[in-house]
Design a binder for this molecule. Sequence first.
Ligand SMILES: *Cc1c(COP(=O)(O)O)cnc(C)c1O
Length: 367
Amino acid sequence: MIDFLDLKKINFRNSNEIRDATLRVFNSGWYILGKEVDEFEKRFSSYCGVNHTIGMGNCLDALILIFRAFIETGLLKEGDEVIVPSNTYIASILSITENRLVPVFVEPNIDSYNIDPQLIEDKITSKTKAILIVHLYGQVAFSEKLKTLAKKYELKIIEDCAQAHGASLNGVKTGNFGDAAGFSFYPSKNLGALGDAGAVTTNDQELADVVRALGNYGSHIKYENLYKGQNSRLDEIQAAILSVKLESLDGDNDRRKQIANYYKKNIQNDKVILPKRVHEDTNSHVYHLFVIRVKNRENFREFLKQKNIATDVHYPIPPHKQKAFSELNENSYPLSEKIHKEVVSIPCGLHLTDDEVEYIASSINQY
Ligand SMILES: *Cc1c(COP(=O)(O)O)cnc(C)c1O
């Protein structure tokens, strides 16, 4: 069977460095908020080209605390509206509702699957205060049009970078397009830890300070609490491992692009719609996932399963149709619903050999 993902194989490539890093933390006797987190934050800031990185427990917390920090600093308040793509992973939406802000869904562009900037302006009201963009599947969702719109209506831009570490547009990396960004280092992401981990990036010193405090009980100074914060910190062990893995992120992204380009050139089947890169910049898509569309998804998946190829679906149910958001179930976002019905992710991870990539492409051509 060709696995959809094989994290054991992927992490084994750095097994010695990961063991050394882990042992270093073990021997240090210091496990929370120490040298390793400091070091990774510095390295990640430098990698993204931002002034501040704040390690977090995961990406959902990172996004929640960005909005929370805007509330604490008086820039947002309960009931304000946040524009967000209607097709995304549910975490993006939860970060808004968790803060009693109101998500306002905007349909995607069918080529990029990212929020369609043309449709945003119609949804802006006097309560709209921010846009949460999601670089879905690894493709940059930012554009000049979006920037102009945000400026015109004085909206904050927040990025969900969980799927797009290292992607860039004209030299600007994800995490550096807006006012603040949330990253996930969940093990399967382009930069993955060996457990839960995340970060906030920003160029705003005040915001960085507030987010950092909010993730540490609302405290800047030990035992002094400015805010009713929570506990969401990046572990020393995960930080040490992430510093190791950051070294290979660009190379890993290049390999993903290579696999994606092979698929795009060699998969030729009228029943299959391939993903499109909508920006000229070849680094604007880092293929966290290679997502195709087919009409009869279960047939297609079964066909590939018979060929010993595992597939996955990102995602089968759009956020507004989830039971958790029953108040939104009656709303209609036809494009998102169509996308969620037709998408299939085929393997494009770093565990694949060239032979396997060729086999996957030729198998799809036989469908
Ligand atoms: C994975 C993911 C998240 C959540 O990341 P966690 O670290 O698991 O909280 C958020 N948004 C998107 C788009 C994701 O893919």
